[in-house]
Design a protein around this ligand. Structure first.
Ligand SMILES: C[S@@+](CC[C@H](N)C(=O)[O-])C[C@H]1O[C@@H](n2cnc3c(N)ncnc32)[C@H](O)[C@@H]1O
Length: 203
């Protein structure tokens, strides 16, 4: 899917209605699964704290976070996803909202924004809006955790997925966030491109 233009919720919905899309891993990203068990700040200590998953798609990561104890709000503007995620989200108490994640607002701050193939799915022109979204939703001391993918893809090659780097995220998030982790993933989810795990703390 490399169209180069800005996509709408309807554009993405069509992909889901046609069957399992190419980007869907069929389960949570393996790096997230490992970290949920190995990192107490993502696993046990997170019980009951609030996580926001923009562009959740079929919701495997959101479901895994909810199973690990996070109170998850998963947002995707492909409205046709609702019946596809409902059966899995209900039992783990994960909330699905069919809205534009970039303009989504919530009076209560989130401790975690988890990005996996959302930052690379939005048009590069909208990256500053991603930063505004993170500043609005993530409370002080909270984190943005991102599976940074696809690394090494040139913007000129089009998207989505648009090529991204940890530095692109850092630029979008601005001086209200500080990068606290940035390393290659140990467990790759998308073998066609390299991926990194990057974490930014809200100052
Ligand atoms: C490449 S898919 C990734 C889905 C999921 N994160 C995953 O890893 O399987 C990108 C998702 O972001 C959603 N999306 C793109 N722009 C969005 C926006 N502005 N607001 C909400 N959802 C958006 C699309 O509908 C799509 O489900």
């Amino acid at each position: 899917m490399t169209e180069g233009r800005k996509l709408t919720g309807r554009d993405w919905s069509i992909r889901y209605v046609m069957g399992r899309p190419s980007w869907d891993l069929g389960g949570p990203h393996p790096e997230l699964v490992a970290r949920l068990t190995e990192d107490p700040t993502l696993g046990g200590e997170a019980r009951g704290t609030r996580a926001f998953v923009p562009g959740c798609g079929l919701g495997h990561d959101a479901e895994a976070l909810a199973e690990a104890g996070w109170a998850v709000t998963a947002v995707d503007y492909a409205a046709e996803l609702e019946p596809l995620v409902k059966g899995r989200f209900g039992p783990v108490g994960c909330r699905f909202v069919a809205e534009d994640a970039l303009t989504f607002d919530d009076p209560e701050p989130y401790e975690l924004l988890f990005d996996h193939t959302f930052f690379c799915a939005i048009h590069p022109e909208d990256r500053p809006v991603f930063g505004e979204m993170a500043r609005r939703l993530v409370g002080k001391g909270g984190r943005v955790c991102s599976i940074v993918f696809p690394l090494g893809k040139q913007l000129a090659a089009g998207g989505p997925p648009w090529g991204i780097t940890p530095e692109d995220l850092e630029a979008a998030l601005g001086s209200d966030f500080e990068k606290v982790d940035d390393q290659p993933v140990a467990l790759c989810g998308h073998p066609s491109w390299s991926e990194r795990w990057a974490v930014f703390a809200r100052l």
